[in-house]
Write a protein that binds this ligand. Sequence first.
Ligand SMILES: Cc1ncc(COP(=O)(O)O)c(C=O)c1O
Length: 384
Amino acid sequence: MSFDVDALRAKEYPWTLSGEQIYLDNAKTGAMPKRAAAAVSEWAALRAEPYKLTAYQDLEVFRKSRELIAKLIGAKIGEIACVVNTSYGINVASLGLPLKSGDVVLTYEGEYPADVYPWMSLAKKGVKLELIPKRDGLQDEARLLEELKRPEVKVVTMSWVSFSTGYRADLETIGAACRDNDVYFVVDAIQGVGAAQLDMSKLHIDVLACGAQKWLLAPWGSGFVYVREGMVKEIEPAVVGWLAMKSSEDFTRMVDYDFKFYDDARRFQINTLPAGDFAGLNASLELFFELGPAAVEKHIEGIVSEAVAWARAHEEVVRLVTPADPKRRAGVLAIAPRDPKAASKALAGAKISHSLREGAIRLSPHCFNTREEMGKALAVLGSR
Ligand SMILES: Cc1ncc(COP(=O)(O)O)c(C=O)c1O
Protein backbone atom coordinates (compact mmCIF):
# COMPACT_ATOMS: atom_id res chain seq x y z
CA MET A 1 0.00 0.00 0.00
CA SER A 2 2.33 2.70 -1.24
CA PHE A 3 3.19 4.59 -4.41
CA ASP A 4 6.30 5.97 -6.03
CA VAL A 5 6.46 9.56 -4.76
CA ASP A 6 9.40 10.46 -7.02
CA ALA A 7 7.51 9.27 -10.09
CA LEU A 8 4.41 11.17 -8.96
CA ARG A 9 6.44 14.35 -8.47
CA ALA A 10 8.09 14.01 -11.86
CA LYS A 11 4.86 13.33 -13.72
CA GLU A 12 2.24 15.44 -11.98
CA TYR A 13 4.21 17.98 -9.94
CA PRO A 14 7.38 18.72 -11.94
CA TRP A 15 7.81 22.11 -10.23
CA THR A 16 8.56 20.31 -6.95
CA LEU A 17 11.81 19.02 -8.47
CA SER A 18 13.32 22.48 -8.87
CA GLY A 19 13.48 22.88 -5.08
CA GLU A 20 12.39 26.51 -5.57
CA GLN A 21 9.42 26.27 -3.22
CA ILE A 22 8.20 23.73 -0.69
CA TYR A 23 4.43 23.59 -0.71
CA LEU A 24 2.92 22.55 2.62
CA ASP A 25 -0.33 24.48 2.36
CA ASN A 26 -2.86 22.08 0.89
CA ALA A 27 -5.30 22.92 3.70
CA LYS A 28 -5.50 26.35 2.10
CA THR A 29 -5.38 25.49 -1.61
CA GLY A 30 -4.63 21.99 -2.84
CA ALA A 31 -1.93 21.72 -5.50
CA MET A 32 -3.61 20.48 -8.66
CA PRO A 33 -1.80 17.69 -10.49
CA LYS A 34 -0.78 18.47 -14.07
CA ARG A 35 -3.54 16.29 -15.44
CA ALA A 36 -6.21 18.35 -13.64
CA ALA A 37 -4.80 21.61 -14.99
CA ALA A 38 -4.73 20.01 -18.46
CA ALA A 39 -8.38 18.97 -18.16
CA VAL A 40 -9.37 22.54 -17.27
CA SER A 41 -7.41 23.84 -20.29
CA GLU A 42 -9.04 21.30 -22.58
CA TRP A 43 -12.45 22.56 -21.52
CA ALA A 44 -11.40 26.15 -22.00
CA ALA A 45 -10.29 25.24 -25.53
CA LEU A 46 -13.64 23.58 -26.17
CA ARG A 47 -15.47 26.69 -25.04
CA ALA A 48 -13.39 28.74 -27.43
CA GLU A 49 -14.56 26.50 -30.27
CA PRO A 50 -17.92 25.36 -28.91
CA TYR A 51 -19.04 23.64 -32.11
CA LYS A 52 -16.71 20.86 -30.96
CA LEU A 53 -18.84 20.24 -27.86
CA THR A 54 -21.18 17.31 -28.13
CA ALA A 55 -24.69 17.32 -26.70
CA TYR A 56 -24.79 16.61 -22.96
CA GLN A 57 -20.96 16.60 -22.75
CA ASP A 58 -21.03 18.86 -19.70
CA LEU A 59 -23.77 16.84 -17.99
CA GLU A 60 -21.68 13.71 -18.45
CA VAL A 61 -18.81 15.42 -16.59
CA PHE A 62 -21.06 16.08 -13.59
CA ARG A 63 -22.42 12.53 -13.66
CA LYS A 64 -18.86 11.23 -13.67
CA SER A 65 -17.96 13.48 -10.72
CA ARG A 66 -20.90 12.12 -8.76
CA GLU A 67 -19.89 8.56 -9.59
CA LEU A 68 -16.25 9.05 -8.60
CA ILE A 69 -17.09 10.92 -5.39
CA ALA A 70 -19.59 8.23 -4.41
CA LYS A 71 -16.90 5.59 -4.95
CA LEU A 72 -14.35 7.58 -2.94
CA ILE A 73 -16.55 8.05 0.14
CA GLY A 74 -18.57 4.82 0.12
CA ALA A 75 -21.84 6.53 -0.81
CA LYS A 76 -24.48 5.88 -3.48
CA ILE A 77 -24.38 8.06 -6.57
CA GLY A 78 -27.95 9.14 -5.78
CA GLU A 79 -26.71 10.66 -2.52
CA ILE A 80 -24.29 13.04 -4.27
CA ALA A 81 -24.96 16.41 -5.91
CA CYS A 82 -22.30 18.57 -7.54
CA VAL A 83 -22.01 21.98 -5.93
CA VAL A 84 -19.54 24.83 -6.32
CA ASN A 85 -18.20 25.01 -2.77
CA THR A 86 -18.61 23.83 0.81
CA SER A 87 -20.78 26.77 1.77
CA TYR A 88 -23.38 25.81 -0.80
CA GLY A 89 -23.66 22.34 0.70
CA ILE A 90 -23.94 23.66 4.24
CA ASN A 91 -26.73 25.98 3.08
CA VAL A 92 -28.58 23.03 1.57
CA ALA A 93 -28.90 21.85 5.17
CA SER A 94 -29.33 25.15 7.01
CA LEU A 95 -32.02 26.44 4.64
CA GLY A 96 -33.67 23.12 3.89
CA LEU A 97 -33.98 21.26 7.19
CA PRO A 98 -37.35 21.59 8.91
CA LEU A 99 -36.26 23.86 11.78
CA LYS A 100 -38.51 26.13 13.82
CA SER A 101 -38.36 28.77 16.53
CA GLY A 102 -36.84 27.43 19.75
CA ASP A 103 -34.71 24.81 17.99
CA VAL A 104 -31.01 24.74 18.87
CA VAL A 105 -28.08 24.08 16.53
CA LEU A 106 -24.89 22.95 18.27
CA THR A 107 -21.38 23.44 17.02
CA TYR A 108 -17.91 24.06 18.43
CA GLU A 109 -16.34 27.33 19.39
CA GLY A 110 -13.60 28.01 16.84
CA GLU A 111 -15.52 26.45 13.95
CA TYR A 112 -14.77 27.72 10.46
CA PRO A 113 -17.08 30.64 9.55
CA ALA A 114 -18.64 28.64 6.67
CA ASP A 115 -20.15 26.40 9.38
CA VAL A 116 -21.28 29.24 11.60
CA TYR A 117 -22.81 32.07 9.55
CA PRO A 118 -25.40 29.96 7.67
CA TRP A 119 -26.79 28.83 11.04
CA MET A 120 -26.50 32.28 12.61
CA SER A 121 -28.68 33.60 9.83
CA LEU A 122 -31.51 31.38 11.13
CA ALA A 123 -31.77 33.63 14.21
CA LYS A 124 -34.47 35.53 12.31
CA LYS A 125 -36.56 32.31 12.46
CA GLY A 126 -35.87 31.95 16.20
CA VAL A 127 -33.34 29.13 15.69
CA LYS A 128 -30.43 29.49 18.10
CA LEU A 129 -26.82 28.57 17.40
CA GLU A 130 -24.84 27.46 20.46
CA LEU A 131 -21.06 27.06 20.50
CA ILE A 132 -19.52 24.41 22.76
CA PRO A 133 -16.44 25.99 24.41
CA LYS A 134 -13.06 24.43 23.77
CA ARG A 135 -11.37 22.32 26.44
CA ASP A 136 -7.59 22.50 26.67
CA GLY A 137 -7.61 24.33 23.34
CA LEU A 138 -9.41 21.52 21.50
CA GLN A 139 -12.91 20.58 20.44
CA ASP A 140 -14.78 19.18 23.48
CA GLU A 141 -16.45 16.10 22.05
CA ALA A 142 -17.47 14.66 25.44
CA ARG A 143 -19.44 17.81 26.26
CA LEU A 144 -21.00 17.86 22.81
CA LEU A 145 -22.19 14.27 23.28
CA GLU A 146 -23.89 15.32 26.55
CA GLU A 147 -25.39 18.56 25.23
CA LEU A 148 -26.92 17.00 22.15
CA LYS A 149 -29.28 15.00 24.38
CA ARG A 150 -31.19 18.18 25.29
CA PRO A 151 -34.62 17.97 23.62
CA GLU A 152 -34.34 21.42 21.99
CA VAL A 153 -31.15 20.43 20.14
CA LYS A 154 -32.13 19.60 16.56
CA VAL A 155 -28.84 19.89 14.65
CA VAL A 156 -25.21 19.11 15.39
CA THR A 157 -22.77 20.53 12.87
CA MET A 158 -18.99 20.62 12.65
CA SER A 159 -15.93 20.17 10.51
CA TRP A 160 -14.70 16.62 10.22
CA VAL A 161 -11.18 18.02 10.57
CA SER A 162 -10.67 21.44 12.13
CA PHE A 163 -8.98 24.01 9.89
CA SER A 164 -7.08 25.48 12.85
CA THR A 165 -6.34 22.70 15.35
CA GLY A 166 -6.36 19.73 12.99
CA TYR A 167 -8.67 17.92 15.43
CA ARG A 168 -10.53 15.10 13.70
CA ALA A 169 -14.05 14.44 14.93
CA ASP A 170 -15.20 10.93 15.74
CA LEU A 171 -17.95 10.88 13.13
CA GLU A 172 -19.04 7.36 14.01
CA THR A 173 -19.74 8.09 17.68
CA ILE A 174 -21.29 11.52 17.10
CA GLY A 175 -23.40 10.20 14.21
CA ALA A 176 -24.73 7.34 16.33
CA ALA A 177 -25.56 9.75 19.17
CA CYS A 178 -27.38 12.04 16.74
CA ARG A 179 -29.37 9.12 15.34
CA ASP A 180 -30.32 7.92 18.83
CA ASN A 181 -31.45 11.41 19.87
CA ASP A 182 -33.24 12.39 16.63
CA VAL A 183 -30.75 15.13 15.89
CA TYR A 184 -29.67 16.03 12.36
CA PHE A 185 -25.94 15.66 11.78
CA VAL A 186 -24.33 18.04 9.27
CA VAL A 187 -20.60 17.78 8.50
CA ASP A 188 -18.14 20.02 6.67
CA ALA A 189 -15.62 17.56 5.27
CA ILE A 190 -13.36 19.85 3.23
CA GLN A 191 -10.36 19.49 5.54
CA GLY A 192 -10.64 15.70 5.60
CA VAL A 193 -11.76 14.15 2.30
CA GLY A 194 -8.68 13.37 0.22
CA ALA A 195 -6.37 13.27 3.25
CA ALA A 196 -8.23 10.56 5.14
CA GLN A 197 -10.68 7.90 4.09
CA LEU A 198 -14.38 8.09 4.70
CA ASP A 199 -16.95 5.32 4.42
CA MET A 200 -20.39 6.87 4.45
CA SER A 201 -22.06 3.44 4.35
CA LYS A 202 -20.85 2.91 7.94
CA LEU A 203 -21.70 6.39 9.25
CA HIS A 204 -24.91 8.15 10.16
CA ILE A 205 -24.50 11.61 8.63
CA ASP A 206 -27.45 13.48 7.16
CA VAL A 207 -25.61 16.07 5.09
CA LEU A 208 -21.89 16.26 4.29
CA ALA A 209 -20.54 19.23 2.36
CA CYS A 210 -17.14 19.36 0.71
CA GLY A 211 -15.39 21.78 -1.59
CA ALA A 212 -12.78 20.01 -3.72
CA GLN A 213 -10.24 22.85 -3.84
CA LYS A 214 -8.12 21.61 -0.93
CA TRP A 215 -7.42 17.95 -0.21
CA LEU A 216 -9.09 16.74 -3.40
CA LEU A 217 -6.48 18.75 -5.34
CA ALA A 218 -9.14 20.08 -7.68
CA PRO A 219 -10.13 23.46 -9.11
CA TRP A 220 -12.00 26.17 -7.27
CA GLY A 221 -15.64 25.90 -8.18
CA SER A 222 -15.84 22.13 -7.83
CA GLY A 223 -17.27 20.27 -4.85
CA PHE A 224 -20.13 18.10 -3.71
CA VAL A 225 -22.82 17.67 -1.15
CA TYR A 226 -23.81 14.25 0.17
CA VAL A 227 -27.40 13.90 1.35
CA ARG A 228 -28.23 10.62 3.04
CA GLU A 229 -30.71 8.62 0.99
CA GLY A 230 -33.35 8.70 3.72
CA MET A 231 -33.00 12.48 4.03
CA VAL A 232 -33.33 13.46 0.38
CA LYS A 233 -37.07 14.03 0.62
CA GLU A 234 -36.94 15.54 4.12
CA ILE A 235 -34.82 18.50 3.05
CA GLU A 236 -36.61 21.19 1.08
CA PRO A 237 -34.48 22.39 -1.86
CA ALA A 238 -34.19 26.06 -0.88
CA VAL A 239 -32.79 26.92 -4.29
CA VAL A 240 -34.57 25.26 -7.21
CA GLY A 241 -32.67 24.51 -10.40
CA TRP A 242 -34.10 23.91 -13.85
CA LEU A 243 -32.20 20.62 -14.08
CA ALA A 244 -33.48 19.36 -10.72
CA MET A 245 -36.62 17.77 -12.18
CA LYS A 246 -37.14 14.25 -13.48
CA SER A 247 -38.14 15.63 -16.87
CA SER A 248 -35.08 17.93 -17.02
CA GLU A 249 -32.89 16.02 -19.38
CA ASP A 250 -35.35 15.95 -22.27
CA PHE A 251 -34.37 19.17 -23.98
CA THR A 252 -37.02 18.62 -26.67
CA ARG A 253 -39.82 19.46 -24.23
CA MET A 254 -38.45 21.95 -21.77
CA VAL A 255 -41.52 24.10 -21.25
CA ASP A 256 -43.96 21.43 -20.17
CA TYR A 257 -42.99 22.45 -16.61
CA ASP A 258 -43.36 19.11 -14.91
CA PHE A 259 -42.56 20.06 -11.30
CA LYS A 260 -41.37 16.68 -10.02
CA PHE A 261 -37.97 16.69 -8.38
CA TYR A 262 -35.51 13.90 -9.01
CA ASP A 263 -35.91 11.25 -6.31
CA ASP A 264 -32.23 11.61 -5.44
CA ALA A 265 -29.73 14.31 -4.46
CA ARG A 266 -29.75 15.81 -7.96
CA ARG A 267 -32.71 17.86 -6.72
CA PHE A 268 -30.11 19.94 -4.84
CA GLN A 269 -27.86 20.47 -7.86
CA ILE A 270 -28.00 23.86 -9.56
CA ASN A 271 -26.90 23.93 -13.16
CA THR A 272 -25.19 25.40 -15.08
CA LEU A 273 -22.03 24.41 -13.24
CA PRO A 274 -18.40 25.02 -14.27
CA ALA A 275 -17.82 21.94 -16.42
CA GLY A 276 -14.09 22.60 -16.85
CA ASP A 277 -13.60 22.73 -13.10
CA PHE A 278 -15.47 19.48 -12.62
CA ALA A 279 -13.45 17.91 -15.43
CA GLY A 280 -10.39 18.95 -13.40
CA LEU A 281 -11.92 17.34 -10.32
CA ASN A 282 -12.50 14.13 -12.24
CA ALA A 283 -8.87 14.10 -13.38
CA SER A 284 -7.70 14.54 -9.78
CA LEU A 285 -10.05 11.82 -8.57
CA GLU A 286 -8.66 9.45 -11.20
CA LEU A 287 -5.22 10.15 -9.77
CA PHE A 288 -6.45 9.30 -6.26
CA PHE A 289 -7.73 5.95 -7.52
CA GLU A 290 -4.46 5.27 -9.33
CA LEU A 291 -2.40 5.97 -6.20
CA GLY A 292 -4.99 4.36 -3.92
CA PRO A 293 -6.85 6.50 -1.36
CA ALA A 294 -5.51 4.29 1.45
CA ALA A 295 -1.94 4.77 0.24
CA VAL A 296 -2.44 8.55 0.03
CA GLU A 297 -3.76 8.55 3.60
CA LYS A 298 -0.82 6.46 4.77
CA HIS A 299 1.67 8.73 3.03
CA ILE A 300 0.24 11.88 4.62
CA GLU A 301 -0.02 10.20 8.01
CA GLY A 302 3.64 9.15 7.78
CA ILE A 303 4.76 12.75 7.25
CA VAL A 304 2.42 14.19 9.89
CA SER A 305 3.22 11.62 12.56
CA GLU A 306 6.95 12.22 12.18
CA ALA A 307 6.33 15.95 12.61
CA VAL A 308 4.14 15.28 15.66
CA ALA A 309 6.98 13.28 17.23
CA TRP A 310 9.38 16.13 16.47
CA ALA A 311 7.07 18.71 18.09
CA ARG A 312 6.70 16.58 21.20
CA ALA A 313 10.48 16.30 21.45
CA HIS A 314 10.84 20.10 21.14
CA GLU A 315 8.35 21.32 23.71
CA GLU A 316 10.81 23.97 24.88
CA VAL A 317 10.42 25.81 21.55
CA VAL A 318 7.01 24.80 20.17
CA ARG A 319 3.62 23.65 21.40
CA LEU A 320 1.83 20.90 19.48
CA VAL A 321 -1.76 22.08 18.95
CA THR A 322 -2.96 19.10 16.93
CA PRO A 323 -3.82 15.96 18.91
CA ALA A 324 -0.96 13.45 19.02
CA ASP A 325 -3.36 10.49 18.64
CA PRO A 326 -3.38 9.53 14.92
CA LYS A 327 -7.12 8.70 15.07
CA ARG A 328 -7.73 12.32 16.09
CA ARG A 329 -5.94 14.04 13.22
CA ALA A 330 -5.55 13.83 9.45
CA GLY A 331 -3.48 16.12 7.21
CA VAL A 332 -3.77 19.39 9.11
CA LEU A 333 -0.88 19.91 11.50
CA ALA A 334 -0.85 22.95 13.79
CA ILE A 335 2.27 23.83 15.76
CA ALA A 336 2.51 26.99 17.86
CA PRO A 337 5.98 28.50 18.13
CA ARG A 338 6.69 31.18 20.76
CA ASP A 339 6.43 33.94 18.14
CA PRO A 340 4.10 32.66 15.39
CA LYS A 341 4.37 35.77 13.22
CA ALA A 342 8.17 35.72 13.23
CA ALA A 343 8.13 31.97 12.53
CA SER A 344 5.77 32.52 9.61
CA LYS A 345 8.08 35.17 8.22
CA ALA A 346 11.06 32.83 8.56
CA LEU A 347 9.18 30.03 6.76
CA ALA A 348 8.22 32.41 3.96
CA GLY A 349 11.88 33.47 3.75
CA ALA A 350 12.87 29.82 3.39
CA LYS A 351 10.28 29.52 0.59
CA ILE A 352 8.03 27.17 2.50
CA SER A 353 4.31 27.66 1.84
CA HIS A 354 2.28 27.37 5.04
CA SER A 355 -0.52 29.23 6.86
CA LEU A 356 -0.70 31.15 10.09
CA ARG A 357 -4.02 30.29 11.69
CA GLU A 358 -5.28 31.24 15.15
CA GLY A 359 -1.80 31.67 16.60
CA ALA A 360 -0.26 28.51 15.14
CA ILE A 361 1.70 27.55 12.06
CA ARG A 362 -0.36 25.21 9.92
CA LEU A 363 1.49 22.71 7.76
CA SER A 364 -0.55 20.48 5.48
CA PRO A 365 1.35 17.93 3.36
CA HIS A 366 -0.20 15.85 0.59
CA CYS A 367 0.69 12.90 -1.62
CA PHE A 368 3.46 14.76 -3.47
CA ASN A 369 5.27 15.97 -0.35
CA THR A 370 8.22 14.24 1.29
CA ARG A 371 9.43 13.81 4.85
CA GLU A 372 12.50 15.82 3.89
CA GLU A 373 10.32 18.78 2.93
CA MET A 374 8.48 18.63 6.25
CA GLY A 375 11.85 18.27 7.97
CA LYS A 376 13.00 21.55 6.42
CA ALA A 377 9.91 23.33 7.75
CA LEU A 378 10.46 21.89 11.23
CA ALA A 379 14.11 22.93 11.18
CA VAL A 380 12.97 26.53 10.63
CA LEU A 381 10.48 26.26 13.51
CA GLY A 382 13.11 24.67 15.75
CA SER A 383 15.57 27.47 15.13
CA ARG A 384 13.21 30.18 16.38
C1 LIG B 1 -13.41 23.96 7.43
C2 LIG B 1 -13.58 24.79 6.20
N1 LIG B 1 -14.79 24.90 5.63
C3 LIG B 1 -14.98 25.59 4.52
C4 LIG B 1 -13.93 26.23 3.88
C5 LIG B 1 -14.16 26.96 2.61
O1 LIG B 1 -15.52 27.02 2.27
P1 LIG B 1 -15.95 27.18 0.76
O2 LIG B 1 -15.58 25.91 0.05
O3 LIG B 1 -17.40 27.43 0.81
O4 LIG B 1 -15.19 28.37 0.23
C6 LIG B 1 -12.65 26.16 4.44
C7 LIG B 1 -11.45 26.83 3.88
O5 LIG B 1 -11.43 27.71 3.06
C8 LIG B 1 -12.48 25.41 5.62
O6 LIG B 1 -11.26 25.28 6.17
